[in-house]
Design a protein around this ligand. Structure first.
Ligand code: UDP
Length: 151
């Protein structure tokens, strides 16, 4: 058995896609073993995407990731990392196949709905960061956190 880290990004939360995305993981055969709804501190977003810190899109990516709450999860299953990447789809929703999460729900490369770890090693690193670090303490959301008015 393997674990992977999956995060529904702010646009996925804003658009009410937490339920459909969780359903896809459950239907694929994964087991949910941890979940936290959280609004990321800038430092956690920067650390999570640290490998991209010299890329031109880094600042926009961090701004986006801190623009509203995310749903951080740990899913367990056989070949969890590879199976999760396969149902998530390619990074750019333009190239992601229909039937994948990004292919069905996304249009924009920055706001591409969901994150999934790219290796078992990064999964362990990301799980520690989001579930075992001081930056990841649970807190209540305010409606204003979501970046849109209540619906
Ligand atoms: N990203 C972006 N512009 C790019 C490439 C990537 O905004 O040109 C964002 C996108 O949200 C992506 C994240 O950076 O999910 C991390 O990129 P990576 O190449 O690690 O893709 P992933 O593993 O998420 O498919």
């Amino acid at each position: 058995m393997e674990s992977t880290f999956v995060m529904i990004k702010p646009d996925g939360v804003r658009r009410g896609l937490i339920g459909p995305i969780i359903t896809r993981f459950e239907q694929k055969g994964f087991t949910l073993i941890a979940m936290q709804f959280m609004h990321l501190e800038r430092s956690l977003a920067e650390q999570h995407y640290g490998e991209h810190k010299n890329k031109p899109f880094f600042n926009e990516l961090v701004e986006y990731l801190t623009s509203g709450p995310v749903c951080a999860m740990v899913w367990e299953g056989r070949h969890a990392v590879a199976n999760a990447r396969s149902i998530i789809g390619k990074t750019n929703p333009v190239e992601a196949s229909p039937g994948t999460i990004r292919g069905d729900y996304g249009m924009d490369i920055t706001g591409n709905i969901v994150h999934g770890s790219d290796s078992p090693e990064s999964a362990q690193h990301e799980i520690s960061l989001f579930f075992h670090s001081a930056m990841s303490a649970p807190m209540f959301m305010e409606i204003s956190d979501f970046g849109h008015t209540a619906n």
